[in-house]
Design a protein around this ligand. Sequence first.
Ligand SMILES: *[C@@H]1O[C@H](CO)[C@@H](O)[C@H](O)[C@H]1NC(C)=O
Ligand SMILES: *[C@@H]1O[C@H](CO)[C@@H](O)[C@H](O)[C@H]1NC(C)=O
Length: 430
Amino acid sequence: MRRVVVTGIGAVTPLGVGIRRTWQRLIDGNCGIISTKDRSPQFAVLPSQVAAVVPVGGRKDGKWNAKEWVAVGDERKMARFAQYAQVAAEEALNDAEWHPKTQEHLESTGVYIGSGIGSLDDAYDTAIAYEKGGYKKVSPLFVPRLLINLAAGHISMKYGFQGPNHASTTACTTGAHALGDAARFIAFGDADVMVAGGAESCIHPLAIAGFARSRSLSTNWNDQPELSSRPFDRDRAGFVIGEGAAVVILEELEHAKARGARIYAELAGYGISADAHHMTAPREDGYGPFLSMKHALKHAGLPPRSVQYVNAHATSTPLGDAAENQAIKNLLLGESGHEKATDLNISSTKGAIGHLLGAAGSIEAIFCILAIHEGILPPTLNLENPGHPPKDFNCNYVPKVAQEKTVDVAISNSFGFGGTNASLCFAKYQ
Ligand SMILES: *[C@@H]1O[C@H](CO)[C@@H](O)[C@H](O)[C@H]1NC(C)=O
Ligand SMILES: *[C@@H]1O[C@H](CO)[C@@H](O)[C@H](O)[C@H]1NC(C)=O
């Protein structure tokens, strides 16, 4: 199998536009979660009134104003999730200094961008316009804005990339599947470079209503948005919906070396599995994530004891965090693993950025990549009392403050409705 490394990163997140800004604010302990109560009367009646929103403002302040980030025609043609993806992809390509011009290079570069939901705004607005005004009210751009694979399509058109063009849509596992699948395309020889990631933007009252009905959202902290996402904390009570995009440049190792590219880390393993249990609830023993992490390590050829950091999926739900905690301990402790739970370094960055749904797996993969590259474990915000019960939550969850630590191997977990579980294993390239 050909080896795959990461040579570029880019992101648009609730902590700002740009991955450096996001990372700095993350390790400084900032939170991107705000109140949605005053957005409209529809928001004000929802049980969950918090969301992790990409900050709106000027480009020079690292904030989002579509006019300053996206070309005029593109803003009309592309839904917001696709705009975020395009901006993250541009940053990642610049970061990788990959600007192919020859036909050979254009053909060997592909794009794989997923989204969990796509443009709910367009579906909603068009349904209402159609109901009121009929056929004539349907925009010719409705379908191209709605379709999830158009994020990847627009990026390929912008740069002329003619390699594989694909999109996953596997709920909250989307971003991890995008990176893992894209790496397989490279390993198999379908491409030398893949622009891969996830994008999401559905901070819409209907989306919040839907997730609230499935009883997944945080509703206890509406007046203190920054406290509402609290992974592993005993008072955690549901996830906080978020938006954004994250894109990495994956590249075949020899290809990257030949052009002298900076290598952040190797994507060493990818494990995928299913709970085969329930639509939305996890198996209590965490057997699904256990399997996906195990497969990722097997693929990487690494023992459990080599893992020095886990960026957990932990969304701040009572059942999900507990099941994943159990799964991590089951896999990483023991004969070929670590000795004590306190040696396990785990954090969930969802305390700071909420749950980016289809983009979660790709932004959290980037946090693992940067943990390796910079030797810093990003913190779990709002972790006051690990639990419940406390005796099961006895690992190092990097509470509230980032920790300096050399990381050679890290795992990023992502799980989605439908019981789909994926883990990515990154390793320092040496
Ligand atoms: C696997 O994914 C499903 C869907 O979110 C999730 O319910 C479950 O948490 C994951 N498995 C476990 C046991 O955590
Ligand atoms: C976890 O991090 C601490 C420092 O924060 C370090 O002392 C310990 O060795 C780490 N554990 C592993 C398995 O790397």
